[in-house]
Each structure stands twice: as C-alpha cells, then as structure tokens.
Design a protein. Structure first.
Length: 299
C-alpha cells in the first residue's frame, strides 16, 4: 500500500464531501498478494486506491463497495483462490490462498471514521494499535497495527539524489532532501520530496529532528561535508545510514571521525546499496532504495 497516494485520494474525496468505502484485509491463509492489515479505499464511482490482490479482485470489491454505500452497512468478503480460479474469475490468477476482507462505509456525517483516525496515524511518526468495530458476520472487532510510511533523509542534492527520491516516493516513503548548497536544491527536481532543507552542514542536527527518520543516505560527494553528516548521525538511533562511495573512502571517513565512529557500528552501510551490478545514477538509486527496504523490513 502506498500510503501517500491513499491519503491523497482520501483528502480529495473528503474535501468534496463524498462517501467512501474502506476495505481491510483481516485474515489470510496460504499464498496471498496482501496480508492482514492491508487496506484500500473505493469511491462511489468504483475508483480505488490501494491494491489488495494484484488486480484480480478489485473489480468485484468495487461492486461490493457500491452495495455497502447503498445499504450503509459493512460487508464481509471471502475469496478462496485455492479453488479453480479460472472458473471463479476467468483470469487464471494462479494464487493458492484465502483472503477475508471487511468493507466499511465512510460517510462525511460520521467524520469518515474509522479512516480519519488511520489517516492521522499515517501522517505521524509512531505506529499505533487500532481496534476497528465491525458489525458484520459476528466479527465484532479487528485489531490492526497501523505503520506510518518510512521517512528518508537524503543528505546531498546532486543529480544522483533525484532518482533516489523518485524511487522512494514511488513506495510511499516520505523524503526530505538537505544540502548546504542552495543552487543544488534549486536546480534539482525534488518535487517528489515532502521537504527540502538548506543549512550549513554542521547545523543539520539543530535544524532537523533527526530521530524522526528511519533511514539517512549521505551522498554530498564532498568529503568534509560527509564527515560532518556522519558525525551528527552517529549520535542518533537511525537504523540505516548509507554512505555513497567506495570502501576506502568509508574507511578514511571513519578514521577521521575517531571515537564518534563507534556510534555508527552495525548500521552504517557503505558503499550504500545492494550488489546488483549497478552502474549510473538510476541503477545505483535502485540498489540503495532496495537495501533500505530490506533493512527496514528485517527490523
């Protein structure tokens, strides 16, 4: 689920006072595209955001969403894709699992709950447990853990930072780009970032609340700046700190940091990125974002 697009979709319909349907996966068995907790929104016209099945069930869910809006009552849908899916859907889905979902109406007069609360959590920094009240099929309640999308700090606004931000934004991550050089920020295309920040390198920690970030990538291509960035990141608990450049550059920077380098132990990844044979800004950005995804998923 791309939380950014889901929230944009919700904000547009809410601002127009249009009703919506929230679809939540609450149980799965076997191999399924989505797991419990995945969500999508559907409007009156059947337009939706969020993908729960890779496209094979969304059409049926859109029809059910219309029924939920007409009745004003929640509905539970069970899809057993372990059966002959050619006969069921005519699409040859090839999955072998079962998914149970609940569809709930979201109305302006009810404040768009429960999604209004979910949206507040997604816009914040802290995961929260949430209980959905469901008056359908004797379900009663569904317990969810709502996880805000990751926040990524990109330190350096060179041309190779642009694809990093684009790839991360495609995943719904919230990206902030910081650089001490105004011209870099002004000339670069960082429209996919939620924020840009320009300040002297040594004032980074005083300007930004670094503990908010799930990952930071140091890529200013300036040795002194990268050392100052690493020194400030060493004092945080950010679980992923990526450093662009070859191994010998990393070793030099760590040696120059002295005792501060110990604060980066176990979470500094340099050269940043998975070894996928990447060459050039695009493939290198892909390898970095993939590595961040892996580290955050493992966590």
């Amino acid at each position: 689920m791309n939380a950014t697009r889901l929230l944009e979709f919700y904000d547009q319909r809410r601002d127009r006072g249009e009703p919506l349907v929230l679809v939540t996966v609450f149980a799965t068995e076997g191999s399924t595209y989505s797991k419990a907790g995945a969500q999508m929104l559907v409007d009156r016209d059947g337009v939706f955001r969020g993908m729960l099945s890779g496209g094979c069930l969304e059409g049926d869910l859109a029809v059910r969403a219309g029924q939920v809006l007409d009745s004003g009552k929640p509905q539970v849908a069970t899809y057993d894709l372990g059966q002959d899916d050619d006969e069921l859907w005519g699409m040859g889905v090839g999955c072998d699992g079962l998914m149970r979902m609940v569809l709930q109406p979201l109305r302006p007069e009810a404040g768009y709950e429960p999604f209004a609360t979910i949206a507040d959590i997604l816009r914040g920094d802290t995961p929260q447990e949430l209980t959905l009240q469901v008056d359908a099929d004797d379900i009663g309640v569904i317990n969810l853990r709502v996880q805000p999308p990751p926040q990524l700090l990109v330190l350096g606004a060179g041309l190779d930072a642009e694809p990093v931000v684009r790839f991360a934004a495609e995943l719904g991550w919230r990206c902030t780009v910081a650089d001490h050089r105004p011209a870099y920020l002004q000339s670069g295309d960082f429209s996919a970032a939620v924020a840009t920040s320009c300040q002297p390198v040594e004032e980074l920690a005083a300007t930004l609340e670094l503990e908010r970030y799930d990952a930071a990538i140091v890529m200013s291509h300036h040795l002194v700046s990268d050392r100052a960035y690493l020194g400030q990141l060493a004092a945080t608990a950010i679980p992923y700190v990526g450093l662009l450049g070859p191994q010998h550059r990393r070793e030099r920077l760590l040696a120059e940091l002295g005792d501060k380098a110990a604060g980066l132990e176990g979470r500094l990844f340099g050269p940043a990125g998975l070894d996928i044979g990447a060459r050039g800004p695009g493939p290198i950005a892909l390898s970095i974002v993939a590595q961040v995804q892996k580290i955050l998923a493992d966590r």
